[in-house]
Design a binder for this molecule. Structure first.
Ligand code: DQQ
Length: 537
């Protein structure tokens, strides 16, 4: 079991023990960032007494665990305090909306306010005396009504908020409206609904600037923004980009959910129940997501903990307007330690070399690949090709023409263990196609772990742009950002031998064509300070 404690991370957020899932109510208030999260205080698995644990930070990297913010105590949340969001009421401070599992095991929406608004840590929360403030409307079953978003102030001065649901065979965002934030009325129609998805968990709804990487507050509505609608279902976080028309209370996506692999996703690996917030200090929108284990239940119990939060990601609308872009927040660079870098290094066909001199189990790696003439690359008939299947059918060891090339992370010296993050370039019917894969098939000399291979297409033209990859490697998690953040893949891996000092990092090229590394920067990462204030349960 010794090696299992080596799966704890060094710069990802996690509590000292027990089960963690969804990020809840992230916000900035009086100089302090707050992260609440779903937590089972009694064990390493999801439980029937879920609470809102609470941590605070000055930089989103180093954290202080506080006492729990919300625990089941009242008939309207006695069976758990499930996910929700924070809204800062102008001039009045933050309010939390969360889902309670009531005495009848029905999902209801509740409200809580800080006891002391002058405490920047917001350590104590008081539940609203008139809870619940929303109960399942007619036709909606008590187990399909949860996860309130951050509310926004609409054109008519009223508050709006959406709740995730499933009704009449449709996944949906049920809209509620309020004049005073206390009394809420369901709007006649959902803000958006579709028969092409399952139950919507943890919806998120927010504006993004059309011409800037800057974020905007959730209530901003003008010609300079588009709106993102995100929902969590089928184990992934899917989103649409579109237009919000408050006068008719409708969300009109540029492209509706199709229920297929064509839908936009935040991350093509493990990443779920995410939530964004507007960081008014740095004028940016930040995304957090839950990254679950891929190990067996027995191993989770042996380790005594499960679940991580992703590195907070700055998120904005791509120049194309067709997708979002994500990048680790700049504060993560504060943890950079020893650096190794080089320029213009050719990687011949079927070659591999080690990046030495950094702690490969705890690292940040940025590499840019320059491609040769593209004409000789393979042809791919793109009709109905699922990128994940393409990656699974042809893993990192296959001999292609232009690729596979990329990183072998958390690898042993003899490469018997390795997690490959790599690219392949194809000629498609309408131009070139860039495929990004993460191959976990050899990630661990252990059978009980999930070794799914993940894949994504990246919307870049390799004739004009080099192919970049950034991977944050932290013992049992690898978060990879391809094409400057246009495709993200998060992996959980559990090597048996490639742990701590035994872990290595390689660059490889299995294609018949050579590629050039135009630049590589790799850093050992220092450990984040994540401590508790007092009496952490
Ligand atoms: N997790 C919460 C629910 C939410 C789900 C319970 C998503 O509120 O729908 O922990 O992971």
């Amino acid at each position: 079991m010794q090696e299992k404690q080596s799966y704890r991370t060094s710069f990802h957020f996690q509590p000292p023990r027990n089960w963690l899932n969804d990020p809840n109510g992230p916000m900035w208030y009086k100089g302090v960032y707050h992260l609440f999260y779903q937590y089972n205080p009694y064990g390493a698995l999801f439980g029937d007494f879920m609470i809102w644990a609470h941590s605070v930070s000055y930089d989103l990297i180093n954290w202080i665990h506080l006492n729990h913010a919300l625990c089941p105590t009242e008939p309207y949340d006695i069976n758990s305090c499930w996910s929700g969001s924070a809204t800062i009421l102008p001039g009045k401070g933050p309010v939390i909306l969360y889902t309670g599992i009531d005495a009848n095991h029905c999902q209801v929406q509740n409200m809580a306010m800080p006891k002391n608004l002058s405490d920047p840590f917001l350590e104590e929360w008081i539940k609203f005396a008139q809870n619940p403030i929303m109960t399942p409307p007619d036709g909606v079953e008590g187990n399909n009504f949860r996860d309130p978003t951050t509310a926004w102030l609409s054109h008519d001065g009223k508050w709006s908020v959406i709740i995730g649901s499933w009704n009449n065979n449709q996944g949906m965002a049920i809209l509620y409206r309020s004049e005073d934030f206390f009394n809420w009325t369901k709007y006649q129609d959902p803000l958006y609904s579709t028969e092409r998805t399952g139950m919507w968990e943890c919806p998120d709804f927010y504006p993004v600037s059309v011409n800037s990487t800057d974020g905007v507050d959730t209530s901003v509505l003008n010609a300079g923004v588009k709106h993102v609608m995100k929902a969590s279902f089928n184990s992934h976080d899917y989103y649409m980009i579109g237009t919000y028309v408050p006068e008719i209370e409708k969300y009109i996506p540029d492209n509706d959910f199709t229920g297929t692999g064509m839908d936009l996703r935040y991350d093509h690996g493990k990443f779920y129940a995410s939530k964004t917030f507007f960081d008014s200090v740095k004028n940016r929108r930040i995304l957090w997501g839950w990254v679950n284990e891929s190990d067996s239940i027995e191993d989770d119990m042996d380790k005594g903990w499960s679940g991580l939060q992703s590195i907070p990601r700055h998120i904005w609308l791509d120049r194309s307007g067709k997708q979002l872009v994500q990048w680790p927040i700049e504060e993560i660079n504060k943890l950079h330690g020893k650096k190794v870098s080089f320029l213009d290094k050719k990687i011949d066909s079927e070659s591999i070399f080690e990046v030495e001199g950094i702690t490969a189990a705890q690292a940040d790696v940025e590499v840019v690949f320059e491609l040769p003439e593209l004409q000789e690359t393979e042809f791919l008939n793109l009709t109905a090709v699922d990128p994940q299947l393409l990656c699974s059918d042809a893993n990192a060891s296959i001999k292609g023409r232009l690729g596979p090339f990329g990183l072998l992370t958390l690898a042993t010296k003899d490469l018997t263990e390795q997690t490959a993050i790599f690219f392949r370039i194809f000629k498609g019917l309408k131009g070139y196609v860039v495929l990004m894969c993460s191959d976990q098939s050899r990630s661990a000399l252990r059978d009980e772990v999930d070794k799914t291979t993940y894949g994504a297409f990246i919307d870049i033209d390799p004739q004009r742009e080099n192919i970049s990859l950034r991977s944050l490697i932290d013992h049992s998690i690898i978060e990879s950002f391809g094409g400057e953040g246009r495709a993200c893949i998060t992996n959980r891996v559990y090597p048996k031998l490639a742990i701590q000092e035994e872990a290595r990092l390689f660059i490889f090229n299995n294609g018949t064509l050579s590629v050039t590394i135009s630049s590589l920067n790799a850093w050992s990462m220092n450990k984040a300070q994540i401590n508790h204030k007092e009496n952490f349960i």
